[in-house]
Every structure is written in C-alpha cells, then in structure tokens.
Design a binder for this molecule. Structure first.
Ligand SMILES: Cc1cc2nc3c(=O)[nH]c(=O)nc-3n(C[C@H](O)[C@H](O)[C@H](O)COP(=O)(O)OP(=O)(O)OC[C@H]3O[C@@H](n4cnc5c(N)ncnc54)[C@H](O)[C@@H]3O)c2cc1C
Ligand SMILES: Cc1ncc(C[n+]2csc(CCOP(=O)(O)OP(=O)(O)O)c2C)c(N)n1
Ligand SMILES: [Mg+2]
Length: 572
C-alpha cells in the first residue's frame, strides 16, 4: 500500500472511517479546530450538540441502540470536562463509546495554558482506558486500539486526548503498521469442561431455579441461547433493569424485573429459589437488597465476561467467565429437558394472589397517572419497531413496569450511574443509529430541564424523536424517598418549570399538553403521525409513588406495597 503524508487531524478521520464510523456527535473549540477543519473532507456526518454532555449521551444512545461504537468529540478544558458525566454513565453501564478531545499544544502542557485541563487524569477512573496523543505518528494506532478496547470483553468508554500540534503536524499514514498490539484485553481462557458439567448438574438437579438475565444478554447477543436454556429446562426468567428486552416480556416463562422496584412475585421467587443462574448481570445493590439475606436457599451459577464480577457481591458455587452466548451454547448439551411445572405454577400462584398493580383499576379520580401514559404508549407502539429511552426517576421505574419489551435494544436507560438528563440526547443518538425505528424519550420534568437544550439539536438535524414528559411537578423519586424515610419533609423537591408546550414551540417543535386519561392515546397517535420531533407534556398526579419498593439495603422480601390495594393483576 502506498503511504501518504497526512496531518494528524486527517489521520484521525481516516482512521475513524476505516473503523466504520459514519456518525459523530460533538462541539468545536480552539484545541480541536484542526480536526474540525479536516472533517469537511471525510464521509462522516457530524451532529452539532448543544452541550458536550449531550454528545456523550448521544454516542452512548447510538451504541446501545445499534451495538456499534458511538463517537463523541469536544474541545479541551470545559468541552472535555462537560463530557465526564456521559463517560461515567457509559462506564457504569458497559457501553462502548470513544470520546475524542482536543488538548493544548504539547509544549504548553503543564503551564496552565488557556483551556488546559488534565482530562486523562480526570477520566482515569471512568474510562476503560485513555490516551494522551502528542504526535501524529501515534494517532492511527491509538484510534485502532481504542476501538478494540471499547468493544473487547466487557465494553466501555475510551478517551483519546490529542494535542493541537499532533493534529496539525504531518507524517506518513501507515494503517497496516498501526495495527493494535494486544495487551490487557485478551479474552478469557477456555472454560474447563468440568465446570460446565458442574453447572449443568446444578441446573438438572434444581427444583426451584430462576434465571437472572442482565445487560450481558443483550451485549452478547445471547437472546436465542437464553430462550433455549429457559425452555429446555423450564426455568422462569427474571430481568434486571438493563436486561429488559433480553428475554421477551410476552414469553410464558418471563417473570419481569427483579430488585428494588421489581415485581413482588419476582423477588419472592428469587428468595425462594434453590438455584440462581445469573447471566451477564452484576448483582447490583438495586438488585440484591441486603446481601446477607439474599436468595438464602439458592446455589448460584454466575456467567460473566468480566472475571472481576464473579464473587464480587454474591459468592457463587460455579463461576463461568466468558462471553455469555458462547458459554450458554457450550452449557446446553449437558442440560436435561424438564417439563415439570410445579415451580412455575407456584410463582404463578404468588403472582395471582399477591396484590399486583392493575393500572386499569387505578381510581378514576380525574387525575392522570404516569402508569396509564406509559401503558398506553406501549399499547400504541407494540408491534412497531420502537425504542424507548428513559431518563432517571419514577417515570423510569414505571416504564420498566408498564411498558413490556419483547426486543433487545428497545429500552435504553441509565442504570448504574442513574444520570438525569440522559434521555433526550440518548434518544437523539438512538435515532441516528436506527432512523427507521420510532424513538420515544420518556423523561421527568426534572431531568428534561437538565438537557432540554438538545431539542435544538433534534430540530437542526431533523431527527423525529418523540418526547413524553412525565410532568409531576416534583423531583418525584427523591420526593418518594422523603415520603417514606424523611417524614414527608419535601426539601428541595417541588419543582417548577417552563410551559413545556410553549418552550417546544419556540424550538419549532410540535407540542401538546395532556391532563386527562382520555387525551393520552389521541396525543400519542398524533405524535406518531407527525413527521418531525414532538413534545408531549403529560401533567400527571403529583404525589404518586412507585410500588413495590424494597428500601435500600433491606431484605428483598421486605417490599413496601401500595396501601389498600385494589384487586390488582399484571397489566395484560
Ligand atoms: C432509580 C433507579 C432504580 C433502579 N432500580 C432497579 C431495580 O429495581 N431493579 C434492577 O434490576 N435495576 C435497577 N436499577 C438499575 C441498577 O442500578 C443497575 O444499573 C442494573 O441492575 C444493572 O443491570 P445489569 O447488571 O444487568 O447490567 P450492567 O450493570 O450493564 O452489567 C452487565 C454485566 O454483564 C457483563 N457482560 C457484559 N458483556 C457480556 C458478555 N458478552 N457476556 C457475558 N457477560 C457480559 C458485564 O461484565 C457486567 O457484569 C435502578 C436504577 C435507577 C437509576
Ligand atoms: C444528575 C442527577 N442529579 C441528581 C440525581 C438524583 N435524583 C434521582 S431521581 C431524581 C428526581 C428526578 O425527577 P424527575 O426528572 O422529575 O423524574 P420523576 O422522578 O419525577 O419521574 C433525582 C434528583 C440524579 N439521579 N442525577
Ligand atoms: Mg418529576
């Protein structure tokens, strides 16, 4: 191959193109200007964001919707520091993004130069890896390594900080000679056959097994393998928040979400189980509650690609380190067919007896309930290729409970960091990744006000995202904690906001407010029919509460239930 002299900036884009990148999300500034100048000559579309946090969430939403690496770009100093929340969000949820930041000239480093910040130092704990590049010769290799590291094993964010002089200077571009050197990301070794046999024996001998399906199911593409295991051994499947969509909600063996706001019968099943098969999930504290009393009767199998997760929170009997799909496929030959239904009947009994919400029976007291809005959205969009992106708070939990996901990558949400402000930009990124999909952002009035500036991005880029604001006039989830644990002393949780309809209209966005149940479906249908972004302001009951709730650190069975339950059954 003939080698060509190119600037570091040109090599950056050429390398990204060769990595298959077609979209980047970013915001320019002095230290990254050489890269922006060169961008005009490369077949990569740039989405101009309104805040660099938005760029990182867009890259993250893009990655989660597609499984490809999302790319964000910003300048040095404040541009780079604005990215930190988005990088941490991606880190906590194992989402593969590559962030590129400009840095002051290499001779100025350490001089407190204008907009100089040690972004590799700042992001060290929230990236899988990061780089400071000071020579054009290192750009191609660094980009190639970054893409390997972002996606290999457990995915995560990588940051590349490139000095201005490294962008400007030229060198010979040699792609082949820049092949990444494998270092710390080598794949886990093969799992010994006796470990697989041990796991299979536990499964074959269990009377009350439960599969705990996490985000790793989706990341690994293990949906079919998981369904195969569940069906062959007749094992019910509970999902984590990030595992939603990894196993179809409509499947007869689907239990629903586990944990703090999981369904009562799911947590009961886990506490009664004699075997847990944890698949690509990390036993987050939102999932386990009190570790001392967690699943006390259960033997545990844990399959995870990250060896550090095995025995981290929950000691297990058999740990299998590897890619979930691969491990499940190798496990299957040893798994016996089981048709006994005693255990699933028992769970169905708990499910039927226990007072479960039936949102159809929530009192018709003139108030609009978030649960109705979300369930109606599910009814309206089921069957269509829909991606729901949520923000963080009560509405996020109601989404998990009342929207029933059958497809992987159809729910995108910030679980580990719980980043308010995530939904609108992540929805924009998801829409970029899958333009044919209908993309809904479900967002609280608090979180919406954190990143609502990105509506301008949706308008400028003509991205037809639909935004449903669950407007309860409160920082609802914090208010709920104050209601339960702080004697209803609502310190700093009542929240005002602008007139969201007027606000959206000022961006040139079609918008409507809804305050009655009868208005919900027509508004949703109108939004779906509208060819462009839409904002719907759902003015819901102000002091509604997410039930059930396991108080932080409490035993999983110690759920706070809706008081005076009406006869409740699972929605549909
Ligand atoms: C307000 C709020 C309330 C919440 N309440 C709940 C709740 O009630 N219930 C709940 O479940 N969550 C809840 N969460 C989310 C919770 O905090 C965690 O984010 C979530 O439980 C993590 O799910 P996970 O372990 O499946 O995914 P991740 O945290 O993304 O972990 C994925 C795991 O899969 C592994 N993995 C990745 N790729 C592979 C692969 N190819 N093969 C094998 N393994 C792989 C990773 O190493 C990792 O261990 C809540 C969050 C918020 C903000
Ligand atoms: C950036 C950030 N700041 C603070 C919090 C703490 N927090 C978690 S939920 C929540 C309230 C969210 O309110 P809103 O967006 O209106 O959603 P609701 O709970 O009312 O549905 C807050 C403040 C957070 N998760 N993220
Ligand atoms: Mg709110």
């Amino acid at each position: 191959m003939t080698m060509k002299k190119m600037t570091g900036a040109q090599i950056l884009w050429e390398s990204l193109v060769r990595e298959g990148v077609t979209e980047v999300f970013g915001y320019p500034g002095g230290a990254i200007l050489p890269a922006y100048d060169a961008l005009l000559d490369f077949p990569i579309r740039h989405t101009l964001v309104r805040h660099e946090q938005g760029a990182t969430h867009m890259a993250d939403g893009y990655a989660r919707a597609s499984g490809r690496v999302g790319v964000a770009i910003a300048t040095s100093g404040p541009g780079a520091t604005n990215m930190v929340t988005g990088i941490a969000t991606a880190m906590m949820d194992s989402s593969p993004i590559v962030c590129i930041t400009g840095q002051v000239g290499s001779r100025l480093i350490g001089s407190d130069a204008f907009q100089e910040i040690d972004i590799t130092g700042i992001t060290l704990p929230v990236t899988k890896h990061n780089y400071l590049v000071t020579r054009p010769e290192d750009v191609a290799r660094t980009v190639r390594e970054a893409f390997v590291i972002a996606t290999a094993g457990r995915p995560g964010p990588v940051l590349i900080d490139i000095t201005k002089d490294a962008q400007q200077a030229s060198c010979l571009f040699d792609w082949d000679a820049s092949a990444p050197v494998a270092r710390g990301w080598k794949h886990a070794g093969a799992i010994a056959q006796d470990r697989l046999a041990q796991a299979a024996a536990l499964i074959n001998g269990a009377d009350r097994p439960v599969i705990l399906a996490g985000h790793g199911v989706v990341i690994s593409g293990a949906m079919d393998a998981l369904t195969c295991l569940a069906e062959r051994a007749h094992i019910p499947v509970a999902v984590t928040l990030l595992g939603i969509g990894g196993f179809p909600a409509s499947h007869p063996l689907s239990l629903g979400m586990m944990g703090m706001h999981g369904e009562a019968w799911v947590n009961t099943a886990i506490q009664e189980a004699d075997l847990l098969i944890a698949c690509g999930m990390r036993f987050d504290d939102r999932v386990t509650g009190n570790l001392k009393t967690y699943a006390p009767h259960a033997r545990k199998i844990h399959i995870d690609i990250d060896a550090a997760e095995i025995n981290k929170n929950v000691p297990v009997d058999v740990g299998l380190v590897g890619d979930l799909r691969d491990v499940l496929e190798r496990l299957m030959p040893g798994v016996a067919t089981n048709e006994s239904t005693g255990w699933t009947d028992r769970i169905a009994g708990v499910r039927g007896d226990s007072a479960v919400r039936d949102i159809q029976l929530l009192p018709d007291d003139g108030h609009l309930y978030a649960a109705h809005v979300i369930n109606d959205l599910w009814r309206a969009t089921r069957g269509a290729e829909t991606i729901v992106v949520t923000d963080v708070g009560q509405h996020q939990m109601w989404e998990a409970q009342y929207y029933h996901h059958d497809a992987p990558r159809s729910l995108i949400t910030s679980g580990g960091l719980g980043t308010m402000g995530f939904a609108v930009p992540a929805a924009i990124g998801a829409k970029r990744a899958r333009p044919e999909a209908e993309v809904w952002a479900i967002v609280g009035d608090g979180g919406f006000q954190m990143t609502m500036c990105e509506l301008a991005t949706a308008v400028q880029e003509q991205l037809a995202i639909k935004v449903a604001i669950i407007n309860n006039g409160f920082l609802g989830m914090v208010r709920q904690w104050q209601e339960f644990f702080y004697e209803r002393r609502y310190a700093a949780t009542p929240l005002s906001g602008p007139d969201f309809v007027k606000l959206a209209e000022s961006f040139g966005i079609h918008a409507a407010a809804v305050s009655a149940r009868s208005g919900v479906l027509p508004a949703i249908e109108d939004a779906r029919a509208h060819d462009g972004p839409v904002v719907l302001d759902f003015r819901v009951e102000q002091e509604d509460t997410v039930y059930p709730m396991v108080p932080a650190g409490a035993d999983l069975q110690a759920m706070i239930r809706r008081p005076n339950p009406i006869v409740e059954t699972a929605a549909d």
